[in-house]
Design a protein around this ligand. Structure first.
Ligand code: CMC
Length: 360
């Protein structure tokens, strides 16, 4: 029995390959480094969807139209939904979308986090939601819908780089959840809802908010070593470190670290915050190595995600929703790929309970 399904191969896929030994990520034949060099989320979405849907003449335009369509769903937001944390509120809104299987349904699901997260943040703050602009890029439109201001090219590039970086990542927990649901022949909305529910846990996509909590608690570079030592002594896990598959540095951490440095170069990150993060990272790596010499624990994607999303103005309770905004493309492509196999995913369990008493 293998409780965490470590190293179990449960699907074959043309979508992405996570090489944990060498720290490489390939998405449909391109390395992460090549993809992020000219990052635009719509391009990676087209790559992920190729062959699973008829390609539209212009995916960016079709996605812009889907954002406009999704915005109309906000008209009837139940006030009770606004009391929920953003990712739960978003799940409630996505649950109202149709459970279709065509490209229009897929694009509505891709558009949903990009429209719902900024709108929910504004509505919760007592402001009105800002309508999407079809002609904008997905990343730029999301930032504008959140703040009301046109984002700088550096801000748009940083969000695009983030979305591309997290678009797909092998058979992670949320993607596996999406595939399990797709294998039952439920529709794509059901797969995305299952995936979103798996994503929100702190061991998966819920980690970047706690990364910022950790920076706040460490407070200063000088204080970081003592604070981290105390956390590890209490048996706590350091958020943003360690990975089930990578035994070396997560390549996504470097993709995002360079985006964070670009934002810093444009004056969009407080230099003291960046210095604190770099000190916490250095100290954490040293102490994790000393504590677990046989288990390589390195920086994962969530550490620099936290800094990047904070610098873009997202509040930490919205981070998981922004992760979903990128990963939804991967979830949908995997759901389609799984559905095409026609095979129900149905593993076995090992019964360890009591046997019925023999009749006297
Ligand atoms: N801080 C301190 N100790 C750790 C950490 C950490 N971040 N990660 C693992 N360990 C320890 C763990 O306590 C265990 O020690 P012991 O053998 O004494 O019980 C040992 O390392 C092996 O851990 P594991 O639980 O077998 O490792 P795993 O493969 O199940 O864990 C993980 C992967 C990501 C759940 C884990 O590293 C972790 O909890 N990290 C912190 C949360 C986090 O950053 N999550 C985001 C993951 S990346 C996003 C994604 O791709 O989904």
């Amino acid at each position: 029995m293998n409780a965490g399904l470590e190293d179990v191969v449960a699907a074959s896929t043309v979508l992405s390959d996570v090489d944990g030994k060498n720290g490489r990520l390939i998405i449909r034949g391109s390395s992460l480094d090549d993809l992020v060099a000219n990052a635009r989320y719509e391009n990676v979405l087209a790559l992920l969807f190729a062959g699973f849907f008829p390609q539209t003449p212009s995916l960016p335009a079709a996605l812009g139209a889907a954002r406009a369509e999704i915005f109309d769903h906000l008209i009837t937001v139940d006030p009770a939904v606004l009391t929920l944390p953003p990712v739960d509120a978003m799940r409630a809104l996505i649950a109202r979308l149709d459970d279709g299987d065509d490209l229009s349904a897929a694009l509505r699901l891709v558009a949903a986090p990009a429209v719902f997260i900024p709108a929910l943040l504004r509505l919760k703050a007592g402001k009105s939601a800002i309508a999407p602009k079809r002609a904008s890029s997905h990343a730029a439109d999301t930032l504008r819908m959140m703040t009301g201001d046109i984002p700088s090219p550096e801000q748009t590039a940083a969000l695009d780089r983030y979305l591309v970086t997290v678009a797909d990542h092998g058979l992670n927990a949320s993607t596996f959840a999406a595939r399990v649901v797709a294998s039952t022949r439920a529709g794509m909305t059901s797969s995305v809802l299952a995936a979103l529910s798996a994503l929100k846990g702190p061991l998966h996509g819920g980690a970047p908010g706690p990364v910022l909590d950790m920076l706040d608690a460490a407070a200063t570079p000088d204080n970081a070593p003592n604070w981290i030592a105390a956390e590890l002594a209490r048996g706590e896990r350091l958020m943003g470190f360690g990975h089930r598959v990578y035994r070396v540095r997560d390549p996504r951490a470097d993709a995002l670290k360079s985006a964070v440095r670009l934002l810093a170069g444009a004056g969009a990150i407080d230099p003291a915050r960046l210095a604190l993060a770099e000190a916490v990272e250095r100290t954490a790596l040293d102490q994790l190595k000393a504590k677990k010499p046989d288990r390589p624990l390195d920086t994962n994607v969530e550490f620099y995600t936290a800094l990047l999303l904070e610098a873009l103005g997202f509040p930490r309770q919205a981070f998981t929703g922004v992760f979903a905004m990128g990963r939804v493309g991967g979830w949908i492509a995997h759901a389609r790929e799984q559905a095409e196999t026609g095979r129900l995913i149905r593993p076995r369990s090992l019964y360890i309970g009591p046997q019925p008493q023999a009749a006297a």
